[in-house]
Design a protein around this ligand. Structure first.
Ligand SMILES: Nc1ncnc2c1ncn2[C@@H]1O[C@H](COP(=O)(O)OP(=O)(O)O)[C@@H](O)[C@H]1O
Ligand SMILES: [Mg+2]
Length: 137
């Protein structure tokens, strides 16, 4: 995947598959040269086993598939840019994916067209509430 917007799309697809009705995407631009992408949903969440293995490329709960690359590729993109991927349980239910990157790392992927990505998603899935926020801290 060549840009971070495509990774975000992929992570949001996971939320959809988990039955989320609300998805919050936040782009946190930190003063300390760190960029954080957060995707939080209210889907069915993960059990402990899935939580532990979700970023493993050979772990998936999709029927008939032997590998699940979305989170693993995002984790790789974070690490290539000096950051890391965390996956947490949501506050009440669902999942929160937190991907961090060093903004000045030469290997950070370009953002791509995040506004367009959001527009396309909303057009394809009008039944899901997806919010997008840019935060500077
Ligand atoms: N938002 C989510 N809510 C619940 N489960 C999730 C979520 N995102 C990922 N998962 C679980 O983690 C697994 C791995 O995800 P991923 O790396 O994107 O691969 P894939 O989607 O191809 O299975 C999924 O099969 C699913 O079981
Ligand atoms: Mg996926």
């Amino acid at each position: 995947m060549e840009d971070l917007s495509l990774h975000i799309m992929d992570i949001v697809e996971n939320s959809l598959r988990a039955g989320a009705e609300h998805i919050a995407v936040r782009l946190v631009d930190k003063a300390n040269h760190i960029l954080v992408i957060e995707v939080e949903d209210d889907g069915r969440g993960m059990n402990e086993e899935t939580l532990k293995n979700a970023a493993n490329p050979f772990y998936t709960t999709k029927n008939g598939k032997r590998y699940g690359l979305g989170l693993s590729l995002l984790s790789q993109a974070c690490e290539d840019a000096g950051g890391r991927l965390r996956i947490e349980k949501g506050r009440t239910k669902g999942i929160k994916v937190i991907a961090s990157f060093k903004k000045d790392n030469v290997d950070i992927k370009p953002m791509g067209n995040i506004d367009k990505t959001m527009r396309v998603f909303r057009a394809l899935h009008p039944e899901v509430h997806i919010s997008f926020e840019r935060i500077n801290t």
